[in-house]
Each structure stands twice: as C-alpha cells, then as structure tokens.
Design a protein around this ligand. Structure first.
Ligand SMILES: [Zn+2]
Length: 221
C-alpha cells in the first residue's frame, strides 16, 4: 500500500526544487514527466518510440501513453513505498485517468503551492540565463555583479524567450485554465493542502514537510 504525493503549483512556484528536496527527505522517488520522457527516449523503449512519433508530428502525447510510462516507472523497487509526482497530472482528464489506474488503497496527498501572479511574474521575468554555461541569475535575487555578464564565467546573460513577461503571462493563463481545476478535484476528495509558496524556499519546505507527515501519510512509512 503505497502513497502518492502530488505537487501542484504554477510555473515559478518552485515545484521542482521542493519536489526534489521533499523526495529525499521522505525517501520517496521523485518523478517528473520531463524525466519520464527523457528516460524513455534515451533508452529508446517501445513507449519512448511511440511518444516520439507523436512529438515528431507536433502532436501532444496522449494521456494514456503518459500513464503507461508513469506506471512502468513506478513498478521499480524505489517506488515500492510510494512516490512524489512533479508536473503530473496537469489536466482534469489526466487526474481522472490516474485515479482510475491507481491500485486500491493507495494514499494520495496533493500539496498546492500558492503564489500570486504578480510574484510569479517578478520571479520568472527577472531571470537571466548565461548563454555560455547555463548559470541562472536574477535581476532581484542574484543580481549580476556586472550588468548582463555571468558571475561564474563572464559569459553573456540573456533572457530566455520562456521567461519574457509576455510568455510568462501566457503560461500562467494556461495553468489557471487547465491545471488549477485540480485543486477542486483533490479538495473534493479531502486530500488537498494549500501551502503559501511566496515565502522563502526553506520556509516552504518546512511547511510541506509538516503537512505530509501527518496521520494521512501513515500508510507511507
Ligand atoms: Zn556563465
């Protein structure tokens, strides 16, 4: 009887960082959909080949295939006690399909990182990436010593297209429309906890940790 921790939150909420920390702390495998894809493509598995055929034609990979990859991954021994999902489910149909496919008796806990659009916009649109070494700096939180120059390698700092205010606003809109309805989905099942994601990373981690160590997680350990 395993447990599944689902981390929800908009782009820029710090899901990836928190998921990785929480996974280590709770000794749960941290599974991101990005890693699932990369792993299957790299190993050229049957599932990877099928996914690639959709991606090559510019189509979305169907939910059923994503679920196949996920359940293939969680069949490994490191997921025996449970696992932590980062970036999945992303839509209501995915959440419904995932719920149907889970073994009976699995404990599910969804943690929702709440951050306002203003804060997200400030976080994401202030990012500058070094085009030589990939180092990420921030105009507010880790200002380059010299404007436009990477502190690590003196390469050129640029704003990725993904981090421009316009694209960030679009990404947030997609999140609010497609993913935010999952809050109501998990709240209706009484397994959602909201966590303030606008405070410092250590503080967020402390609250997340506390909220998954409650009685509901006893089946996990
Ligand atoms: Zn650099």
């Amino acid at each position: 009887m395993g447990c599944v921790v689902i981390l929800l939150g908009p782009p820029g909420a710090g899901k990836g960082t928190q998921a990785s920390r929480l996974g280590k702390d709770l000794a749960l495998a941290h599974i991101s959909t990005g890693d699932l894809f990369r792993d299957n493509l790299a190993r050229n598995t049957e599932l990877g080949k099928r996914a690639k055929s959709f991606m090559d034609s510019g189509a979305l990979v169907p939910d059923a295939l994503v679920l196949d990859m996920l359940f293939d991954r969680v069949a490994r021994p490191d997921c025996e006690k449970g696992y932590l999902l980062d970036g999945f489910p992303r839509t209501l149909p995915q959440a419904e399909a995932f719920e149907k496919a889970l073994p009976r008796g699995t404990t599910v806990r969804a943690l929702n990182l709440r951050v306002s659009d203003d804060v997200l916009l400030e976080r994401l649109s202030g990012r500058r990436t070094c085009d030589a070494c990939g180092n990420i700096q921030h105009m507010l939180f880790s200002r380059p010593k010299q404007a436009g120059v990477c502190d690590k390698c003196s390469g050129k700092l640029v704003q990725r297209a993904d981090d421009s205010a316009e694209v960030v606003q679009k990404r947030l809109k997609v999140y609010r429309e497609q993913t935010q309805p999952l809050e109501a989905f998990y709240a209706a099942r009484k397994n959602l906890t909201h966590v303030d994601g606008s405070v410092g990373s250590d503080e967020v981690f402390a609250v997340l940790r506390k909220s998954v160590q409650g009685p509901v997680m006893e089946g996990c350990r």
